[in-house]
Design a protein around this ligand. Structure first.
Ligand code: TYM
Length: 334
C-alpha cells in the first residue's frame, strides 16, 4: 500500500517497435485500471541490453516508448513513468535476488530458451537472469498487481516464488504480487501465422501491426491476414486466424465474440477484415496524433523524465534499505 492505494508495476522493453499485441495485451489495460492504483510504469531499458543494441537506437526507442505511455493515456502527474536505468535500486535488488534464485528455476523459463535459440552467438548471463531483474522491478515497489500479457505469466510466477522464499527466511519483507491479465487481447497472435504470438521481433513485417503503422498499412496488413477456407466468422479453436481477428476486433470495440459473430453472420472474410482494420485504425490514429504532439514538447518530456525518476528512486529506496538491513549489510553512517 502506498498513500492508501494498492501498488501497480509494469514495464515494456525498449526493443523493436511496439505492436498491437503490446497495446491490447498490456498498455490499454494499464490505462484502464491506472486510477485504482499507485502506479509505476518502467521503460525497462536495462532488460533490452540482454540482446545487442545500437546505442543511439536504444536511446531513441526508449524515449519513443516513454512518450507512447503518455500518448496512450497515462497522465505522468498521476502515474510514475520513468526509465529503469535511472533508478539504481533495480540493479541493486536484482543482485540480491540473484542469490535467492536457483539455476534450475531459470533454466525452465521458456522465454530464455526461445531467446537463447534465436541468439545462439550471445547467450549471456544477463539473458539467463533476466527474470530476476524483472522480479526486482516488481518487488522494489511492493507491487500488489502486475498487468501483463499471457506470455509474461511464467516470469510472474518466478517473481512470486522468489518473494515467498525471501519472506520465509526474513519475515514479511515483500508483497507477493498478482498478475492482472485482461479479459480480451491477452495473447494477440501473428497475422501471418496464428499459432505464433504477435512479436516485435518477427522478421515478417506483415505479421504484426506496429503502433506507428499508418492507416493504409494497417488496412493492407489485415487484408493479407491468414485465415482459412471456412468462410464464416466463427469464434472457435479450429479457425485460429479468425479467432485472433475476433479478439482484436473485440478488444478495440468493446464488443463480445458472440456479438461479433452475429454482426458478421452471412458476410465474407473481406467485410470482416475491413471492419477489423477500421476498428484498429480508430484506436491507433488518435494515439499516433497525441504522440506527434507530445514529441514536439521536449521540455515537458524532460521534466517528466527527471521528476518521475526522482520519485521512483525515493520510493524504491525504502524497500532496498529494508532488504539490505534484513540480509545483514552494514548500516550506513550518517
Ligand atoms: P515485452 O516488452 O515483451 O512486452 C510488453 C507487454 O506486452 C505484452 N505482450 C503481449 N500481449 C498480448 N499479445 C501479444 N502478442 C503480446 N506481446 C507482448 C507482454 O505480456 C507485456 O505485458 N519482460 C517484460 C518486460 C518487463 C516487465 C517487468 C513486465 C520487465 N520488467 C516487470 C512487467 C513487470 C517484457 O519483455 O515485455
Amino acid at each position: 500500500m502506498l498513500d492508501g492505494k494498492k501498488v501497480l508495476f509494469s514495464g515494456m522493453q525498449a526493443t523493436g517497435s511496439l505492436t498491437l499485441g503490446n497495446y491490447l495485451g498490456a498498455l490499454k489495460n494499464w490505462v484502464s485500471i491506472a486510477d485504482e492504483y499507485e502506479t509505476f510504469y518502467g521503460v525497462v531499458d536495462m532488460h533490452s541490453i540482454t540482446i545487442r543494441q545500437d546505442p543511439a537506437e536504444l536511446r531513441k526507442r526508449a524515449r519513443t516508448l516513454l512518450t507512447l505511455y503518455i500518448a496512450a493515456g497515462l497522465d505522468p502527474e498521476k502515474n510514475c513513468i520513468y526509465y529503469q536505468s535511472h533508478v539504481t535500486g533495480h540493479a541493486e535488488l536484482a543482485w540480491i535476488l540473484n542469490c535467492f534464485t536457483y539455476m534450475g528455476e531459470l533454466n525452465r523459463m521458456t522465454q530464455f530458451k526461445d531467446k537463447a535459440a534465436k541468439h545462439a552467438d550471445n547467450i549471456n548471463a544477463g539473458l539467463f537472469t533476466y527474470p530476476v531483474l524483472m522480479a526486482a522491478d516488481i518487488l522494489l515497489y511492493q507491487s500488489d498487481v502486475v498487468p501483463v500479457g499471457i506470455d509474461q505469466m511464467q516470469h510472474l510466477e518466478i517473481t512470486r516464488d522468489i518473494a515467498q522464499r525471501f519472506n520465509a527466511i526474513y519475515g514479511e519483507v515483500f508483497t507477493v504480487p498478482e498478475a492482472y491479465i485482461g479479459k480480451v487481447g491477452a495473447k494477440i497472435m501473428s497475422l501471418q501465422d496464428p499459432a505464433k504470438k504477435m512479436s516485435k521481433s518477427d522478421e515478417n513485417p506483415n505479421a504484426s501491426i506496429y503502433l506507428m503503422d499508418d492507416p493504409d498499412t494497417i488496412m493492407r496488413k489485415f487484408k493479407r491476414a491468414v485465415t482459412d477456407s471456412e468462410a464464416c466468422v466463427r469464434y472457435c479453436d479450429e479457425q485460429p486466424g479468425i479467432h485472433n481477428l475476433i479478439d482484436i476486433y473485440c478488444a478495440c470495440t468493446g464488443k463480445t465474440p458472440a456479438e461479433t459473430e452475429r454482426e458478421f453472420d452471412g458476410k465474407g472474410y473481406g467485410d470482416f477484415k475491413t471492419a477489423v482494420g477500421e476498428a484498429v485504425v480508430g484506436v491507433l490514429k488518435p494515439l499516433q496524433d497525441r504522440f506527434e504532439d507530445l514529441s514536439k514538447n521536449k521540455d515537458y518530456l524532460n521534466s517528466v523524465i527527471k521528476n518521475n525518476a526522482e520519485k521512483a528512486q525515493y520510493i524504491s529506496n525504502k524497500t532496498l534499505r529494508k532488504v539490505q538491513k534484513k540480509i545483514g549489510f552494514p548500516e550506513r553512517i550518517r
